[in-house]
Design a protein around this ligand. Structure first.
Ligand SMILES: NC(=O)c1ccc[n+]([C@@H]2O[C@H](COP(=O)([O-])OP(=O)(O)OC[C@H]3O[C@@H](n4cnc5c(N)ncnc54)[C@H](OP(=O)(O)O)[C@@H]3O)[C@@H](O)[C@H]2O)c1
Length: 242
């Protein structure tokens, strides 16, 4: 039995990751913060391939992150993979961005990833096995107008990934990140058609990504085929950043 936790897996990229991990033989723990009905839909899809389990919880709160990991341990007694995918945006130019919106995005994207990594690390160190895949973003590498909060949070996720890869390497625990470019999900639906067209022109493969462009790489990074890969950030962005 292999067990994976996918945070923020009721929609978009996380949903596809959950389904593809179930297909790949994982018992998948579906986590989310608010969309109860969507969680049930994802569970139905995952259950076609393997057993799945829903745990609601806000990863930005340490006690809720601890509870997610404790519940998984009570049910399955092991964790093989953590995918930190939960993320939010609250875009604005810095002059118009209030402290609260800066803090909120940092809390979910970076602190949430820290909270989950900290809780599973105890289990992974005891097991002497386990793998973490963090979903960052190319804007964490290159910055983006209107996203000082989001880009900072993702840069933090990249630094966290590399640090944990160094801390855990000798125990056989791998930690990697994927940096998606623009992927078709609810997060990018809010962009105007004009902006989308501008973005598309600057992507060498001339299209937005699809959630399965990301989930394919998660499945690979989690597998033994990636057993010599740790501390890496894999850009999955149609060539937008190279
Ligand atoms: N889409 C893109 O172009 C793109 C590009 C680069 C990176 N990414 C990253 O990829 C990840 C997924 O993005 P997406 O586009 O699939 O986003 P999405 O469609 O907006 O879905 C976000 C998911 O995160 C969950 N979530 C939000 N806050 C949470 C919290 N505090 N605790 C637990 N779960 C929480 C949401 O669940 P609820 O609805 O229940 O809150 C939802 O399932 C994010 O980390 C995002 O930053 C996306």
């Amino acid at each position: 039995m292999k067990v994976a936790i996918v945070t923020g897996s009721t929609r978009g990229i996380g949903k596809q990751i959950a389904i593809d991990l179930a297909k790949d033989g994982y018992n998948v723990v579906i986590n989310y913060n608010s969309s109860d009905e969507k969680a049930l839909e994802v569970k139905k899809e995952c259950d076609q391939y393997n057993e799945s389990f829903i745990i609601k919880g806000d990863v930005s709160k340490m006690d809720e992150a601890t509870n997610i990991v404790n519940e998984v341990m009570e049910k399955y007694g092991r964790i093989d993979l953590l995918v930190n995918n939960a993320g939010i945006t609250k875009d604005n130019l810095i002059l118009r961005m209030n402290e609260e919106d800066f803090q909120k995005v940092l809390n979910v994207n970076l602190i949430g990833t820290f909270n989950m990594c900290k809780n599973v690390s105890k289990i992974f160190l005891k097991q002497r096995s386990g793998s973490i895949v963090n979903i960052a973003s190319v804007v964490g590498e290159i910055g983006n107008v209107g996203q000082c909060n989001y880009a900072s949070s993702k840069a933090g996720v990249i630094a966290l990934t590399k640090t944990l890869a160094k801390e855990f390497g000798q125990r056989g625990i791998r930690v990697n990140a994927i940096a998606p470019g623009y992927i078709d999900t609810d997060m990018t639906k809010v962009l105007s058609e004009n902006i989308k067209e501008e973005v598309r022109k600057n992507i060498p493969l001339l299209r937005f990504g699809r959630p399965n462009d990301i989930s394919n790489v998660v499945v690979f990074l989690a597998s033994d085929k990636a057993s010599y890969i740790t501390g890496q950030v894999i850009n999955v962005c149609g060539g937008m950043v190279m």
